[in-house]
Design a protein around this ligand. Structure first.
Ligand code: GLC
Length: 536
């Protein structure tokens, strides 16, 4: 195993943590079958320790038919055999902890797999049965019940497919995502009890935190009324009952000193902050920063709004540039539209990868310097681009449910390149999603030897961030700067400057340059799309 790194050992580690997202299926394949697995992760723990992250968030690793990449869970207490065993997961959690790395697991409370024993029992038991009360079963509308019970839109953006499926016995069931993901009825006490038990199950195994999938969707208006966007509160998004659920979860987490991070996509910052009250979730993903275009003024506004919305509840912000659902950073920043919008994704968008990579390097230094916790999605530290997946290889249901217009999310889920000279760039067996030509150029071993690589930048930045007390949680003070330049101070003399203007910028006063995302020009100025960390 690699060298244990100085962990953030204090209780509020999560307020400043750098958390690495592992999409297990695509991380590293230990047994050569083409699917990433726990053996692969265990073998790469030294790499993660060297990278300098404080925690790993694992996307769902439980038993699953993989109708939605594992977000369709058939059994929370079983690791999918394609990934390994529960005993291996326990070993992994312990080995990571020895290296100073905590583990966060992913819980998907809005729905289960249609292969989950509860749903199978509900289907078998028929209309009117208590088994069906755990889900949302309803009679249809229309003369013979042939129309869905309501008009709710799919939660897969761009999907035109209904959120109701009819069973042969005539009843319909609700699924905000695919038909293989039936929504649970959170008004039922057994649903609440089961999830609290599942939390305990993982906390007992040494897990330090839980990421909550689709955290604002669980509760539904029991009348399941029709819904027109913009007319009153939604019957299925951000309902007040959710806060009671999360208060109960918080009580469980507090017994174990564990933390939550919620997947909360909400435009209203006041509503968003409610989830972060002191007796609810510790943190939530900052999607407005993720979706923000590469523009100085808009980024500054996004940062200010983020800090302002978190301050009243005392929760730390999180900074996220990408994840397993969105277009990879270097690609997004290399396009005419540098923001992110689920409904605007298309095939064949022109991309300038050199430009996108320069910006992504600056964005890395920016986000790692901001107050709070930061997320790094596997492959982001390698500067991987979004891959063009040949249509016949696409697996993501988002693509199919859009009628084939949305490219889906497979392009950011391609198995990682580890060794430039090995078959499949050292991932393992023939990958479940094809790696594009030239993938080996991004291999971790090659980048590790190149001081100018994205990996070397992330390693240096994470190491500095970890050792300098002024980063992570704490105040931020903006410095005066020319238009298009972001400059701010953290504590302990740490200063960050990012040039998004069209011309080189003078560095603000400093005693030393700690790190830059690219070379300074001959006059010692910061070129366009370059960032620097300075000591004042
Ligand atoms: C979340 C996940 C996404 C999944 C969806 C349904 O948004 O991040 O991958 O498809 O929930 O569970």
């Amino acid at each position: 195993m690699g060298q244990p790194s100085p962990a953030r050992t204090h209780d509020d580690w999560w307020r400043s943590a750098a958390i690495y997202q592992v999409y297990v299926r695509s991380f590293a394949d230990g047994d050569g079958d083409g699917t990433g697995d726990l053996a692969g992760v265990r073998a790469r723990l030294p790499y993660l320790a060297e990278l300098g992250v404080d925690a790993l968030w694992f996307t769902p690793w439980y038993l699953s038919p993989l109708a939605d990449g594992g977000y369709d869970v058939a059994d929370y207490r079983v690791i999918d055999p394609a990934f390994g065993t529960l005993a291996e997961a326990e070993k992994l959690i312990a080995e990571a902890r020895e290296l100073g790395i905590r583990t966060i697991v992913d819980i998907v409370p809005n729905h289960v797999s249609d292969q989950h024993p509860w749903f199978r029992a509900a289907v078998a038991a028929g209309p009117g049965s208590p088994e069906r009360e755990l889900f949302h079963f309803r009679a249809g509308r229309g003369e013979n019940g042939e129309l869905p019970p309501n008009d709710w839109p799919s939660q897969f953006a761009g999907s035109t497919e209904p959120v109701w499926t009819r069973l042969p016995d005539g009843e319909w069931y609700l699924h905000l995502f695919t038909p293989e993901q039936p929504d649970l009825n959170w008004a039922h006490p057994a649903v609440r009890q089961e999830h609290e038990d599942v939390l305990r199950f993982w906390f007992e195994r040494g897990v330090a935190g839980v990421r909550i999938d689709s955290a604002a969707l669980l509760a539904k208006d029991p009348a399941l009324p029709d819904f027109t966007e913009g007319r009153g509160p939604s019957p299925f998004v951000d309902r007040d009952e959710l806060h009671d659920i999360y208060r109960a979860w918080r009580a469980v987490a507090d017994e174990y000193d564990a933390i939550f991070v919620g997947e909360v996509w909400l435009p209203d910052s006041e509503r968003f902050a409610r989830y972060l009250r002191p007796d609810e979730l510790h943190t939530a993903f900052n999607f407005s920063f993720l979706a923000c275009p590469w523009d100085a003024e808009r980024l500054r506004t996004s940062i200010d709004e983020t800090l302002a919305e978190h301050a009243p509840v005392g929760a730390p912000a999180t900074w996220v540039l990408c994840n397993h659902d969105v277009t990879r950073t270097v690609t997004r920043y290399g396009r005419a539209d540098t923001g992110f919008d689920f409904t605007a994704k298309e095939f064949g968008t022109p991309t300038d990868l050199a430009l996108g990579t320069r910006r992504a390097r600056s964005a890395a230094l920016l986000s790692l310097a901001l107050p709070g916790a930061v997320y790094v999605y596997q492959g982001e530290e390698l500067g991987l681009p979004e891959a063009d997946i040949p249509r016949e290889s696409i697996q993501d249901p988002m693509h199919f449910r859009s009628g084939g217009t949305d490219p889906g999310r497979d392009g950011c889920r391609v198995p990682l390149p580890w060794e430039a000279g090995a078959p499949y760039a050292g991932f393992g067996g023939e990958p479940w999603l094809p790696q594009p030509a030239g993938w080996a150029a991004y291999a971790a071993d090659r980048q590790g030897e190149d001081p100018a690589s994205m990996l070397s930048l992330y390693r240096a930045a994470l190491r500095l961030r970890r050792s300098a007390a002024g980063f992570g949680d704490g105040p931020l003070t903006w410095l005066p700067a020319p238009e298009g330049v972001l400059a701010f101070d953290r504590t302990d003399g740490l200063r960050c400057v990012v040039n998004l203007s069209g011309t080189p910028a003078e560095l603000p006063a400093h005693t030393s340059v700690l790190l830059t995302s690219g070379p300074l020009d001959a006059e010692g100025r910061l070129p366009q799309d370059t960032a620097a960390w300075l000591r004042a």
